[in-house]
Design a protein around this ligand. Structure first.
Ligand code: SAH
Ligand code: SF4
Ligand code: F3S
Length: 472
């Protein structure tokens, strides 16, 4: 999805990679030899796919004898798994690299690596701009990280930014944190070429993981005690296992049968691939969550065409109608870009009116940021001035908050099944969990429940982002 999450490190002592059968002596000694390899600290930026990728990187490294650490000062290797979606995402990485210089001075043997989308976008030019960087690996090159580290340790600059048509890491079991909810990447890349977007260049062509490997992993997650799984892809609903003849609707249906108590979510969807079949499956199967993140980007058909989104305002609204008629209680969220090239006040008002019409629970809002070499950067002029972009963004934010507050207030008096995720951030006397349609709910602990439980909660109050209730 599109949230820029806070940094996450892979914690030492998180689950080991599953090993089956007996280990041979050679394997054992090889492993103990490899266990002498260094400690790796991974910090992740960007979307959930990047966070999920860090768990794959941790698995590849563990298999090779490295261990992971949550302390950067303790690490032999530091990786930043980066995002390139907007200029400010990359600026954050530049300043983070500056702050790592002190560690490198103390320990000249420290290997500093840049992974992910910014590595892919900048390629070897990153070595020239940031002298501290020893290693660069793009999103399809993670299997080669152990060799890249060896090269870097021998004093060479090491890079692999090869993009693959096949790589899905289907055979690698990510090293996940223990918890209630897990992420599972089911496809990679994007073929859509929205004119503003860098993702097709940083993550390459679209490819889907064989469906059986996905179903097996969901089963494993259920056996391990996870209560919720989010299927991930930049364009997740265009999932298509051609060999297995399984499309996204079929995959969701089969996934829902594995453990009927397990909640299944997905993100991010493209409007063009929200089919009747998919929405019907979500409506029918109780454990497929009644929540769809459906980025619209703009309410103006003229701007949508310049964005190469392949849908008009009317096409989008028809999809929304279809969803709301099949799933009346479905919650929706979206992504909006303010101030795209040539956007007029009238285009902007169309965005505001679309927000009024759809009534989203939440909108992720961004100021247009021109990305080098994208079709928009080559063909269009970034001609909306910054003050106007800021003002339009603010209007969008104010309106979405007002609508969200109204929608949340409609929940007061109703009873929801909440999956408890953990303590509320505000108070350890309260639990925090989510409704099926992805609303955050908090309620006082009764001493009878724990994280991972499903409980019934009556909503007594609400803000624009949180439901407040009590257990019944
Ligand atoms: N694959 C998803 C979203 C990918 S990026 C989709 O197609 O919906 C997440 C969001 O970042 C996008 O939906 C868009 O709103 C925003 N975004 C992407 N490129 C951007 C840019 N150049 N400037 C500002 N926002 C951008
Ligand atoms: Fe980018 Fe468009 Fe692909 Fe989303 S669908 S990742 S916005 S090109
Ligand atoms: Fe994700 Fe950012 Fe890459 S949003 S796909 S990490 S450019």
């Amino acid at each position: 999805m599109s949230i820029e999450l806070p940094t996450l490190d892979i914690i030492e002592g998180s689950k080991e990679i599953a090993t089956t059968g007996e280990e041979t002596y050679a394997a054992k000694s090889k492993r103990s030899g490899e266990a002498k390899k260094g400690k790796v600290y991974i910090e992740s930026y960007g979307c959930q796919m990047n966070f999920a990728d860090s768990e794959i990187v941790a698995a590849i490294l563990k298999q090779d004898g490295y261990s992971t650490t949550d302390s950067e000062t303790d690490a032999d290797v530091i990786f930043l798994n980066t995002c390139a979606i907007r200029d400010n995402a990359e600026q954050k990485i530049h300043s983070r690299l500056q702050s790592l210089k002190a560690l490198k001075r103390k320990n000249p043997k420290l290997v500093v690596g840049v992974l992910g989308c910014m590595a892919e976008r900048m390629k070897q030019s990153l070595f020239e701009q940031e002298k501290i960087v020893d290693l660069i690996a793009g999103p399809d090159a993670y299997r080669s990280i152990p060799q890249l580290i060896e090269l870097a340790e021998s004093g060479q600059k090491a890079a692999n930014v090869f993009l693959s048509l096949e790589e899905t890491y289907a055979d690698i079991t990510p090293v996940r944190r223990e918890g209630v909810s897990a992420f599972l990447s089911i496809m990679r890349g994007c073929d859509n070429m929205c004119s503003f977007c860098v993702v097709p260049f940083t993550r390459g062509r679209e490819r889907s993981r064989p469906f059986q490997t996905i179903l097996d992993e969901i089963k494993m997650l259920s056996d391990e005690g996870f209560k919720e799984v989010t299927l991930l892809g930049q364009n997740v609903n265009s999932y298509n296992d051609e060999q297995g003849k399984v499309n996204f609707a079929e995959l969701m249906y089969r996934a829902s049968l594995i453990d009927e108590k397990m909640r299944i979510r997905f993100t991010t969807s493209h409007p063009k691939d929200i089919s009747d079949e998919l929405v019907s499956v979500i409506a029918e199967r109780p454990n497929l969550c009644k929540f769809i993140h459906l980025p619209v980007q703009s309410g103006s058909t003229r701007i949508l065409a310049l964005m190469n989104r392949n849908h008009t305002r009317e096409d989008y609204l028809k999809k929304i109608e279809m969803i709301q008629s099949k799933i009346p209680d479905c919650a929706l969220s979206t992504d909006i870009i303010a101030g795209f090239c040539t956007e007029t006040e009238e285009d902007h008002r169309e965005t505001l009116s679309l927000l009024e019409q759809v009534r989203y629970d939440y909108a992720f809002t961004f100021i247009y940021s021109e990305r080098p070499n994208t079709p928009a950067a080559k063909k269009l002029k970034d001609d909306v001035d910054n003050a106007t972009k800021q003002r339009r963004l603010q209007e969008i934010v104010t309106l979405t908050k007002r609508i969200a507050a109204e929608r949340y207030a409609e929940s007061i008096g109703k009873v929801y099944e909440i999956l408890i995720e953990g303590d509320s951030k505000r108070s350890s006397e309260m639990w925090m969990g989510r409704t099926d349609n992805n609303r955050v709910a908090v309620f006082p602990k009764t001493g009878q429940e724990k994280a991972g439980d499903f409980v019934k909660v009556r909503i007594t109050n609400a803000t624009a982002a949180t439901l407040i209730g009590e257990r019944i």
